[in-house]
Ligand binder design. Structure first.
Ligand SMILES: Cc1ncc(C[n+]2csc(CCOP(=O)(O)OP(=O)(O)O)c2C)c(N)n1
Ligand code: SF4
Length: 343
């Protein structure tokens, strides 16, 4: 559970409505962002945190308009820099519950560096990356998650870049909670958001989101009814990894480090790969699986509990320094030590 304490005393009993702001929502009709917003507003009352202790920090992009629509505190900051702002806020006010809202462009192009550091430091923030595999706000240029060969306005002959997997990036960077969910799976999204928000440390959620204007149905593998039935693989800690229709259930086995798809009825249950959300190495394997060769894993890939956060370490260092050397004086500091005169 998170160490966020907020204002002493129980939070008021909220409903979804309490988290809806008075701002007109300015996303295109049909955009997947609406479903994410609704899921977030529905999840908030269950967290039991007073509204005045909650902050949503975003960068730039359609997704980054999110803080306007949440009736909490928020900052719409600069492109790619939301993680830096969130880190500063957590150091100054560690008792606040801080969310970062970003997109695949904001978080992985210009903000890739900042995302790396907030994750590896294990700052106690909940990061939601809306992945629509395109730059939406700027009208349809390719993004770091666009597929090889993708034709867009900025790649008229097809993208020459290989896409990055946001979950693999977060796992490699050192996030202590990594999950994937889908804008059209409302209950799954709410459950995933709740678990991420309750995690202590850097929690990262990739939300597969439809940009119906510039990249419609990019996630059709999990939207189309038949394809979803074949490929969606809901992960549960401690359970064998299985997927597919009930009458033709498939499962995964591990041959060394190579995942292999099997028919569940053809193998002993004990041979199936059992999901361990406490293991970063196998979470990394899962993050990179995709249809049609493999299923598409959704749910919590990694959940490491009890890891020390960045702000715990830094604030402890600050307190130690103050108790040993006094509160300090910035003006004195600037003219102390190695100073020199020019001219
Ligand atoms: C410094 C800077 N560079 C570029 C831009 C232009 N720009 C605005 S949003 C954006 C990409 C947003 O893409 P994404 O994060 O995927 O968000 P979406 O709009 O798809 O939700 C870019 C390149 C900018 N606003 N500021
Ligand atoms: S451009 Fe795409 S991502 Fe942006 S609001 Fe419209 S549908 Fe949504």
């Amino acid at each position: 559970m998170s160490t966020v304490t907020g204002t002493p005393g129980a939070a008021p009993k909220y409903t979804k409505k309490d988290f809806e702001s008075d701002q007109d929502v300015r996303w295109c009709p049909g955009c997947g962002d609406y479903a994410i917003l609704s899921a977030m507003q529905k999840t908030m009352p269950g967290l039991g945190i007073p509204k005045e202790d909650i902050v949503f920090i975003s960068g730039i992009g359609c997704s980054s308009r999110f803080p306007y629509y949440m009736n909490t505190y928020g900052f719409h900051t600069i492109h790619g820099r939301a993680p830096a702002l969130a880190t500063g806020l957590k150091l100054a006010r560690p008792e606040l519950k801080v969310f970062v809202i970003t997109g695949d462009g904001d978080g992985l192009s210009i903000g890739g560096n900042h995302l790396l550091h907030v994750l590896r430091r294990n700052v106690d923030v909940t990061i939601l990356l809306f992945n629509n595999k395109i730059y939406g706000l700027t009208k349809g240029q390719y993004s770091p998650t666009s597929e090889l060969g993708k034709v867009t306005k900025s790649t008229p002959m097809g993208s020459a870049d290989r896409p990055v997997s946001p979950c693999a990036f977060a796992l490699a960077a050192g996030a202590t909670f990594v999950a994937r969910t889908v804008d059209r799976s409302l209950a799954h999204m709410e459950e995933t958001l709740r678990r991420a928000a309750q995690h202590k440390g850097a929690a990262f959620v990739e939300i597969l989101q439809n940009c119906n204007v510039y990249n419609d149905l990019a996630w059709n593998v999990l939207y189309d009814k038949d394809s979803k039935a074949l490929y969606e693989c809901r992960l549960e800690h401690g359970k064998p990894i299985t997927f597919g229709p009930a009458d033709d259930r498939r499962g995964l086995v591990l041959e060394g480090l190579k995942p292999k798809v099997v028919k569940v009825k053809d193998v002993a249950e004990s041979t199936l790969w059992v999901h361990d959300s406490g293991d970063r190495a196998t979470a990394m394997l899962l993050a990179q699986l995709w249809a049609p060769e493999y299923p598409v894993p959704v749910g919590v890939l990694l959940n490491l509990e009890g890891e020390t956060t960045y702000e715990e370490i830094v604030i402890q260092q600050e307190q130690t320094a103050i108790s040993e050397r006094g509160p300090g004086d910035v003006a004195k500091l600037l003219i102390s030590g190695e100073t020199w005169k020019i001219g």
